[in-house]
Design a protein around this ligand. Sequence first.
Ligand SMILES: [Zn+2]
Length: 541
Amino acid sequence: MPATSLDQIVSLCKRKGFIFPGSDIYGGLANTWDYGPLGVELKNRVKKAWWNHFVRQCEDMVGLDAAILMNPRTWEASGHVGSFADKMSACRRCNKLTREDHWEGLILQSEWYKSLQELYFSKETATLEDLKKWGEKTAKKLAPNLALVRNSSVTISWLAEFLEKTSIATKEAVDNVHILSSMRQLISYLATEQFNQTGLQLPCPYCGGELSEPKPFNLMFKTHQGVLEESSTLVYLRPETAQGIFVNFKNVVDSSHMRLPFGIAQIGKAFRNEITPGNFTFRTREFEQMEIEYFFDPAAQDWKQLYENWKERSEKFIEEVLGIKKENLRLRDHDPDELAHYAKRTTDIEYKFPFGWGELCAAVAYRTDFDLNQHQTFSGQDLRYTDPDDPSKKFIPHVMEPSFGADRVTLAVLIDAYEEQTLPNGDVRTVMHFKKGIAPIDVAILPLSKKENLIRKAQELYKKIMYETDLTVHFDVTGSIGKRYRRQDEAGTPKCVTIDFGTIGEDAGQGPPDTVTVRDRDTLEQIRVPINGLLEALKGS
Ligand SMILES: [Zn+2]
């Protein structure tokens, strides 16, 4: 059966060396993760597969590797300094930050709210006395910082005053939105202690404490370039790799003579001081992006057609190249009100994570000519493309942007590969069904015993595979053969090669000389293969 909780994945990742908590020996640093020996191989393969699929195997694509630190004007042009700021409220009690546009959703999901809602609408006549009791019992546990809990009499008296004026307590058949509009008032009263001084306060979804006024909060990490902080320049860690591509558009066109339509791809780190990171490596403040800006002439090409093409190319990568199961994927078009300021249309590919559907990548976003126009204005440089067939034709190209998170995609690959499988003999094994070519180890060499001549033969084979193929090969002599198979299953190694006494001509019962046993991770099938045909068999399988 597949993973039912993220904890199973987190624990396997630590145990097997895929992903460790960051700065682990110091008690960690919130929301940072380090890729271990298997994890770095896996992530590198995801990135390599992406690069092959989108760059090396495409005539119309070139690559780029831009610096993380960029001239700060870049971020004024891109809108990140001005508007890349979500409005946030801080809780005055627990200090947690809540995004203004997430508040309602978080409240609706909170246990204390659900319980209050039940009290209010399931009971025929909910009274102030009931509320007081709720505050003394349930709320004390679930929302200890509500004013109702901390100073019940004051809050109840404000509420009584209000109730006299209105009839909020009348119970009617109401729809959800209506519930919130009146419940919102109620919970604001419950969160308010000094009504005359502060007016109504909104409660923190986590603890019931009062929230501050929402203020813009810049998501970019700031640092200083230069030795002395006071005389140095403020710079930002890039919040996306895309701008490195836009500022190099002219350089690439001039140096590579690319003709429209063409794309520039980049893989690299980006940083966002996210308010609500979490779910393992799903949302982290430091992350790696794999992005493409595909430039085209909107007068020569139908953008809708191109949009569909890119959607397909992205889907193909996720499903066919990475081998993520189709039933765990879905496409989702952004609603007009959630589109970024620069985007005309965006389609995400979502993955069914153990915590629910989550964005895996933007299959494609249509960014129009927004970015290049902005950079032309802010830099004063002419960023127009000149039609090589008609030099009098100069224009700013439009852009399609497929954008993948390398960490998020790697996490989905891990989750999708995971299986706890009961074998016919009743044993349970954990097996990672990574697609061939994505698995961090391609083949394991397992000598049946530690006997010297067996080890020598096995080492010979190990080195042959290592130097004569591009397969990643692992050597393991520790423990019983059964245990070693299980270890390789957990690492997701597709093939195990066992060298036994038959191989070295000492026990015909185990097999003919110069043959080895190749075991398949998924089918558990074991076949006897001559050594001289082994490389072909491994490559082809
Ligand atoms: Zn709080």
